[in-house]
Ligand binder design. Structure first.
Ligand SMILES: Cc1ncc(COP(=O)(O)O)c(C=O)c1O
Length: 476
């Protein structure tokens, strides 16, 4: 593409993106689309001859954007929000243009050093210990797997040569509320589903350290080797925060690797009044925080901090001859910081740039005001739901996620309540006003709204509440 053409289309694409973002408020967060419709609307085979970019952009605007679920929509309250700030969107454009593959320092000096610096900035905002070394993965699922890989190596270093067969079974502990990515990592690392043991929680969905202690004692008695414990700061269903200091105590007594999954909740520690969510993490061996969840950074961006980068290298580094570099031999600092050594992926795209741009664009105080506004809006929603109208708030609200259900007078059958609330959710989501999701923290079906979108205002939360009221009256 000639440079003049690139400039012209570049402006057209930026216009398209600006139009898309500006128009979100007027459309439904969930698209009106049936499975298979997108596929049927697109050419089934690649073109023989190249096509005009106008035609391609036309298809994007006509077919793909309308069939997208709009995560940047101001009334997207489902799951954990993942919204992208303009500064991060532009960062992605630049990263794609440079297209650095920072597998080695030499193949991406700027990308490698910026990633180091950016993780250090995030650590500073979260007041993490200065000894934590950070690097960026695609998702928390990968970050957790890498951390547990290092934990596995620590208790069974021989597994690197011979695999796990012939060794005593290993065990990883997490709470009954831990994210499924923990169990998946255990399976992927060859420890089997039986290698994961969920530990009971208190009525506020926080892991019980005594139960952890009991589970470890039982396993030791049975010849199972305790390997790691995963504490969660901001569980997926309710954002409950495990008692990390007490869990750290148990972990240290039994020499377990302590990994903290703060994928969503960790960023709350940017606020001095919520720093407590990461209390005790100074004793953790690793910690994951996802800026792509609640820090306005485009997908994907998951920061894994660890006190033992050497352990990750021992578990994962494998250097074929063609990837040896002179810098790694003579420089023990940045020159030997080859990101390929820190996990499974060899190729590493430049994910730090967008996060660095987002942090610079908002600054600490800008990020703090956004997070505070989300906490306030969630608190408003909680108070509305508690003030009558047949709503029940089903879990404490430590951060900005509210779990609730509609409970009409006299209908106390759990099956009936679930059917009723499923109908409320369907009506809200199909109304096009808002998108909410559900969870089952204690087995009971609850509706769930997270306030965390960059473009969400108090008016949007009022519209959500109005949509809920209307849906509850219609579902009755
Ligand atoms: C607490 C928690 N941990 C981990 C994950 C997995 O995140 P990712 O999609 O980045 O793998 C999630 C997803 O929502 C989560 O809620």
């Amino acid at each position: 593409m000639a440079p003049t053409e690139f400039r012209r289309y570049g402006q057209e694409v930026v216009d398209l993106v600006a139009r898309y973002l500006e128009g979100l408020d007027g459309i439904s967060p969930l698209p009106q689309v049936n499975p298979g419709e997108v596929l049927a609307a697109l050419a089934p085979s690649p073109p023989e001859e190249g096509e005009e970019l106008d035609t391609i952009l036309g298809d994007i605007e006509r077919i793909l954007l309308p069939a997208s679920t709009h995560w940047n929509h101001p009334r997207f309250f489902a799951y954990f929000n993942s919204t992208s700030a303009a500064a991060g969107i532009l960062g992605e454009l630049i990263a794609a243009s440079v297209n650095a593959n920072a597998m080695l320092w030499r193949t991406g000096p700027a990308a490698t050093e910026l990633e180091y610096l950016t993780c250090g900035w995030l650590a500073e905002l979260l007041e993490l210990p200065g000894s934590f070394d950070g690097h960026i993965n695609d998702t928390a699922s990968t970050s957790t797997m890498v951390a547990l890989g290092a934990a596995r190596h620590r208790v069974a270093p021989e597994s690197r040569e011979q695999g796990l067969s012939g060794l005593a079974p290993l065990r990883v502990y997490g709470s009954t509320q831990a994210h499924s990515s923990v169990e998946k990592a255990v399976v992927a690392l060859g420890m089997g589903r039986r290698g994961y043991r969920p530990v009971a929680c208190d009525p506020e969905f926080r892991m019980l350290p005594d139960e952890l202690e009991r589970a470890i004692a039982e396993d030791l008695e049975a010849g199972v080797i305790p390997c790691a414990v995963v504490a969660t700061a901001g569980t997926t269903a309710t954002t409950s925060v495990d008692p990390i200091p007490a869990i750290a105590e148990v972990a240290s007594r039994h020499h377990l690797w302590l990994h903290v999954d703060a994928a969503h909740g960790g960023v709350a520690a940017i606020l001095p009044e919520r720093r407590w969510v990461l209390e005790g993490t100074d004793r953790a061996d690793s910690l994951v925080v996802n800026p792509h969840k609640w820090l306005f950074t485009p997908m994907d961006c998951s920061v894994l901090f660890t006190a033992h980068p050497g352990a990750i290298r021992q578990a994962f580094s494998l250097v074929p001859a063609y990837l040896e570099t002179p810098e790694a031999d003579r420089d023990s600092g940045m020159g030997s910081r080859n990101l390929m050594d820190l996990g499974v992926a060899l190729g590493r795209r430049q994910r730090a740039l967008k996060l660095w741009m987002v942090m610079r664009y908002f600054g600490r105080s800008g990020l703090q005001s956004l997070l505070r506004s989300h906490l306030q809006m969630a608190d408003w929603l909680r108070r509305q739901l508690e003030s009558g109208g047949g709503w029940e708030v089903m879990a404490p609200v430590p951060l900005a996620t509210v779990c609730f259900r509609h409970h009409p007078k006299g209908s106390d059958d759990e099956g009936g309540l679930e059917a009723h609330n499923r109908e409320v959710m369907r009506l809200v989501n199909e109304s096009g006003e808002a998108f909410i999701s559900h969870a089952a923290p204690d087995g009971r079906f609850v509706l769930r709204a997270t306030v965390g979108g960059l473009r969400t205002t108090p008016h949007d939360v009022e519209r959500l509440f109005a949509a809920l009221q209307l849906a509850a009256s219609r579902a009755a």
